[in-house]
Design a protein around this ligand. Structure first.
Ligand code: ASP
Ligand code: MG
Length: 475
């Protein structure tokens, strides 16, 4: 069957300036020639969501002095792009007015927040939504100005979520119905449907957001529910790389990755795509591609299903495909002989950690059960140690637990590749490589994911460790 429907998402930098928008418009024009149905999802212009949320945070502390600056910079950013791209004067003025109304509502929100002295998650979502709502108007007018028939629709009309503000979860049943009802009539007429990423609304119509970086997720949801044939994420790099090019000279784009590999990379700090995007897209069996607005002829990275054939290591036994690091972490250890065989220690430890709203990227426990060790972001160390000392006050007093402590800052290095669990010798390769560079491994997590192996090293060794493991990747 010929491919019919394409969903394209443009990230913040891809709509971040007149130049970027010109490229985005050209990409949309070409897609329009090749695909009968095109849906475009836009992020806020780069930096805008942060600016909006900072303004609200300041307002919550009663500070509104910087509001005029925020207002000015939002106007400049959007208006200069509008003037450069929208040829028709009337359309340009109308677009600017619509954007201006949204900027003024920021001012109103912030003043109200300042009066209340607090910004609720619900208020923060209303504020954060303004970025995408502004870029939607700008991009749509720019597309129309290029002679392409397009229509702007806010995703609050059809991405229906629960009321978990700042991290809302879509109701897939309602969202499917509404998305089809809103978008299909436009698509059938050959109109490019342009919508906001990141935002949705409760069934009552209150604005929510899907979490920071959530525009990718919006594209995944729309792709899955229509359903589309392909979802393309336009960003500012040539797809997913084997490692951070700032650390590793030889880092290069991976032409293909499986869904589970990318999911592991996204969780491990590679920031290429919002991890939640993957699931709806896999379940719907849709093609996903990550590509570069600033280098559109580069094929980028294609995501491929985790089929049986992809689950095997390459014939030469080299399976590492990518290496990433999460820095600024610490390892917390709870240790004591009295923990042996006592049920519930881990449960209590993690609920104490959870009470500080800290998430744990890595956990290990030795079978002796005399210690349990996990990583947390450095900035949460004090809160986590306090919570653990409170939770285990009695055990500490009775010396069932000897010590709860945190290391200096460490980094978690993750090697990603299908088959890390099932291929003999992979761990061997990895540890020999690190050993040969004199890099000491403080902790290891392996086995919970098919596609990754993670090790903890001292911060000073982190770049060397990434470089060394990158050498295991074979072109
Ligand atoms: N604008 C939102 C953010 O900065 C969503 C996104 O760009 O994906 O988090
Ligand atoms: Mg993003």
């Amino acid at each position: 069957m010929p491919k019919e429907t394409l969903v394209m998402k443009f990230g913040g930098t891809s709509v971040g300036s007149a130049d970027a928008l010109t490229r985005a418009v050209e990409i949309i024009r070409q897609a329009r020639e090749e695909w009968p149905h095109v849906v475009v999802v836009t992020s806020a212009m780069s930096g805008v969501t942060n600016l909006l949320l900072d303004s609200a945070a300041q307002a919550a502390e009663g500070k509104v002095d910087s509001l005029p600056d925020a207002e000015k910079s939002l106007r400049e950013k959007h208006f200069s792009a509008a003037e450069a791209l929208i040829k028709d004067n009337e359309l340009c003025e109308r677009t600017k007015q619509e954007i201006d109304a949204l900027i003024l509502s920021l001012i109103d929100f912030c003043k109200a927040i300042a009066v209340l002295g607090e910004a609720s998650p619900r208020a923060l979502d209303a504020v954060a939504s303004l970025g995408e709502r502004m870029s939607l108007r700008l991009l749509t007018a720019a597309v129309e100005s290029a002679g392409i028939e397009a229509k702007a629709i806010e995703s609050t009309e059809f991405i229906i979520t629960n009321a978990h503000f700042q991290n809302a979860h879509p109701d897939f049943k309602l969202t499917t119905e509404k998305t089809r009802a809103y978008l299909n009539p436009l698509l059938d007429e050959g109109i490019v449907a342009i919508t906001t990423g990141f935002i949705g609304a409760t069934p009552e119509g209150v604005i929510t957001t899907l979490g920071r970086g959530g525009s990718d997720y919006t594209a995944g949801i729309i792709g899955a529910v229509l359903p589309a044939d392909d979802v393309w994420i336009w960003t500012d790099v040539d797809g997913v790389m084997t490692s951070d090019p700032r650390v590793v000279n030889g880092a290069r784009t991976l032409p293909e990755m499986t869904y589970s590999e990318i999911a592991e990379l996204a969780y491990y700090g590679a920031k290429v795509i919002h991890p939640k995007t993957i699931r709806p897209v896999i379940e719907a069996g849709i093609g996903l591609r990550i590509c570069n607005t600033f280098n559109p002829s580069h094929p980028g990275t294609r995501l491929i299903p985790n089929s049986a054939g992809n689950g095997k290591a390459q014939a030469n036994g080299h399976i590492v495909k990518a290496v990433t690091a999460i820095r600024k972490q610490r390892l917390v250890t709870i240790e004591g002989r009295g923990m042996l065989g006592v049920p519930g220690v881990a449960a209590r430890a993690f609920s104490a950690v959870a009470s500080t709203k800290t998430s744990v990227p890595l956990i290990t426990q030795a079978s002796s059960e005399q210690s349990i060790c996990f990583a947390i972001p450095s900035e949460s160390t004090n809160a986590v140690l306090d919570a653990l000392h409170k939770a285990f006050a009695i055990e500490l007093m009775e010396r069932d637990i000897d010590r709860v402590w945190a290391t200096d800052e460490i980094a978690i290095i993750t090697a990603v590749g299908v088959g890390t669990r099932n291929t003999p010798g992979v761990a061997g390769q990895i540890f020999s490589k690190l050993g040969s560079q004199n890099i000491n491994v403080l902790a290891i997590a392996h086995g919970s994911s098919d596609v990754s192996i993670s090790m903890v090293v001292e911060t000073k060794d982190s770049d060397e460790a990434v470089k060394a493991l990158h050498e295991l990747i074979v072109a």
